[in-house]
Design a protein around this ligand. Structure first.
Ligand SMILES: Cc1ncc(COP(=O)(O)O)c(C=O)c1O
Length: 382
């Protein structure tokens, strides 16, 4: 069967501006949005077909993930993409990764118990920890995104109950190595702490590195780890409301079995689209990964040419570029002037916690033309 080819390089701006998602409706039309993690690429054909078929069938009722192929299709995808053997009986649907993490944190922590996060990091983590009554403990990553294992060990020894592992890491794009994850698992198991592994960006790991699923590294990891992930970031279906919580031990499965009913609701279209993505989306995914690989290098060339005073390490995974603009004189949060003067909406570094000052995050999940347009506009004010 011939593979679908997707045009990932020419994406008409007029068509993008007709989208009604957050990326395209938060700012007026004279602003180029490059902030929230949505991609501009066309959907994978199997995902689109599955959604169109559901609409044609007027199939818009409640989701029934347990009666669907969601768990099997995720397990098949995990085996093919990561060589990770997942037991479909230990896959539970939830509506989204952040909500799943929050509900799990609520179960594994008591009042004011410590939860380690690794800034600069995906900012909703800073909200969900205090929301469940736990205490946020920041153990910053190195500038290249490497985990500070000694710092984390010290926090576990001092009583921290859990850690949110962001693997691959947003915003640095770093992919922890198997050996780092093995050490992390040992440290956590020894201290009886939980590792909640957010692996939402994993299928977008780019050439040159390998993503290792946390639950695949050791028995210790399976005992202390719970993975929360989804098709939503990879296949650009975040608005449809479906993610999965994965365990690989009875101990972890017992925690998941105690989730409140609300935490295991999800969107019917999310389930339909995720199954299509996991089962039939890999041709599209291969093309997107190749495009993102080219985009991260294109951005390097553009920054070298137009903004040589910035510091940028191309991400090892995903489509979010973390840029140190401290030398540009745009202040602690460069996103404000970049929005006001360059008309580009980027994510401001300080939102990601310590290490974010002077930085901004640029979304490169788009066409080369729009990446170049963003960089040239920012260069115009720097
Ligand atoms: C690391 C990370 N986790 C979670 C999310 C959001 O996932 P969800 O929409 O399923 O809560 C994002 C979105 O960008 C992310 O980067």
């Amino acid at each position: 069967m011939p593979h679908d080819q997707y045009n990932l390089t020419e994406i008409p701006l007029g068509r993008l501006r007709r989208r009604r998602s957050a990326k395209w409706t938060t700012f007026p039309d004279d602003v180029l949005p490059a902030f929230v993690a949505e991609m501009d690429f066309p959907l994978a054909r199997p995902v689109k077909d599955a959604l169109v078929e559901a609409v044609e069938l007027d199939d818009t009722g409640y989701a029934n993930p347990a009666a669907s192929h969601l768990a099997d299709s995720f397990a098949g995808f995990a085996a093919r993409r990561f060589g990770w053997e997942v037991d479909p009986g230990q896959v539970t649907a939830t509506s989204d990764v952040v909500g799943g993490l929050r509900a799990l944190l609520d179960l594994v922590t008591g009042p004011l118990e410590g939860v380690v996060v690794t800034p600069p990091v995906y900012f909703p983590f800073f909200s969900i920890v205090p929301e469940v009554g736990a205490e946020l403990i920041e153990v910053p990553v190195a500038p290249d995104g490497k985990l500070d294992l000694e710092g984390i060990a010290a926090r576990f020894q001092a009583g921290a109950r859990a850690m949110i592992l962001c693997s691959p890491h947003n915003p640095t794009g770093a992919v922890p190595s198997r050996s780092e994850l093995e050490q992390l698992a040992e440290m956590a198991a020894e201290a009886d702490a939980w590792i909640l592994a957010d692996e939402i960006h994993a299928p977008l790991t780019l050439p040159g590195v390998t993503h290792t699923p946390f639950l695949d590294v050791s028995d210790a990891a399976r005992e202390c780890g719970i993975c929360v992930t989804s098709a939503s970031k990879t296949f650009n279906i975040a608005g449809l409301g479906c993610a999965v919580i994965v365990t690989a031990s009875q101990r972890a499965a017992r925690i998941v079995s105690r989730l409140p009913a609300g935490a295991t609701h999800c969107g019917h279209f999310g389930v339909i689209a995720s199954i299509a993505a996991f089962e039939r989306g890999e041709d599209w995914l291969d093309q997107v990964v190749a495009r993102l690989d080219a985009n991260r290098h294109l951005l390097k060339d553009l920054l070298d040419e137009y903004l040589p005073d910035t510091v940028y390490r191309p991400p090892q995974a995903g489509y979010l570029a973390w840029i140190d603009a401290g030398e540009l004189g745009l202040g602690i949060d460069p996103s404000a002037l970049i929005l006001e003067k360059a008309g580009v909406a980027v994510s401001g570094g300080p939102r990601f916690g310590s290490g974010g000052s002077g930085h901004f995050r640029l979304n490169i999940g788009t066409s080369p033309e729009l990446i170049e347009s963003a960089v040239r506009s920012i260069a115009g004010i720097a």
